[in-house]
Write a protein that binds this ligand. Structure first.
Ligand SMILES: [Zn+2]
Length: 242
């Protein structure tokens, strides 16, 4: 456990423990493939702004077709088998075209990822929120990024239901219900409806996390962890912070 994490957990109070998850802290590792001048993993882990910059740098490489896929050799994944030290947590859609490690050009062990259709946070329950709390409290990520994307099937389906379409079968219906508040809020916004629903769903996720006690709100308000929203444009590869 690093000094920073020990101090942070101390802030949360002595009653806060994570016995089932606690792992030994792995040693710092060399980064293979990170371009000269780019934000290092250790810098990103210690500074929320640098963590966001590292994601943006990696996305710019991906969009230019210059991804370096850092830490993708057998030596790299054998090293992270000892433990993980991701600098970011990303809540992304399950869509096959928006894989965070790929679109941010990050290596194995560098992004803690939570994915559902529609990148759900609000209403996502303990599986989603507990995973992100673990990422903050135990892994010490310095940024959580809620990431929507263009052409999202879940947003389209929620819009279709809102516009009078049939209810989806199985648990797809309840999943789409979680997106309806964003659909309704976006109804009053100008511009492309699907784009507005996508952005609103992201904004609501960010807002929920920023107020989520007892772990993420203090980390966000204390400057330990940045909570950011963005949309990934499937056609250009680029992300835009919302
Ligand atoms: Zn999607």
């Amino acid at each position: 456990m690093t000094i920073d994490r020990r101090r942070f957990l101390g802030v949360l109070g002595a009653a806060f423990t994570l016995p089932a998850f606690t792992q030994s802290n792995p040693p710092p590792r060399a980064e293979h493939g990170n371009p000269a001048g780019a934000v290092t993993l250790e810098q990103a882990r210690s500074n929320p702004l640098l963590a966001l910059r590292r994601l943006q740098e990696g996305n710019a490489r991906y969009a230019r077709g210059e991804g370096v896929h850092a830490c993708a050799t057998p030596k790299d994944f054998a090293q992270v088998a000892q433990g993980q030290t991701p600098f970011a947590a990303v809540v992304a859609c399950a869509d096959s075209r928006t894989a965070p490690e790929t679109i941010f050009d990050q290596g194995i062990g560098e992004i803690f990822t939570v994915r559902t259709a529609g990148n759900i946070v609000v209403g996502g329950g303990s599986a989603i929120k507990g995973s992100l709390e673990y990422a903050v409290a135990e892994l010490g990520v310095s940024v959580i990024l809620v990431l929507g994307h263009t052409g999202c099937g879940a947003m389209k389906a929620a819009l279709a239901v809102h516009n009078g379409g049939p209810r989806a079968p199985g648990d797809i219906g309840p999943l789409l219900d979680l997106i309806q508040p964003a659909v309704e809020a976006a109804a009053h916004l100008p511009g492309d409806r699907l784009a507005q629903v996508t952005a609103e769903n992201v904004r609501r996720g960010v807002a929920r996390l920023r107020e989520l006690d007892p772990i993420i709100r203090p980390a966000a308000h204390g400057g330990k962890t940045a909570i950011v929203g963005a949309v990934h444009d499937l056609a250009t590869g680029r992300i835009t912070v919302v």
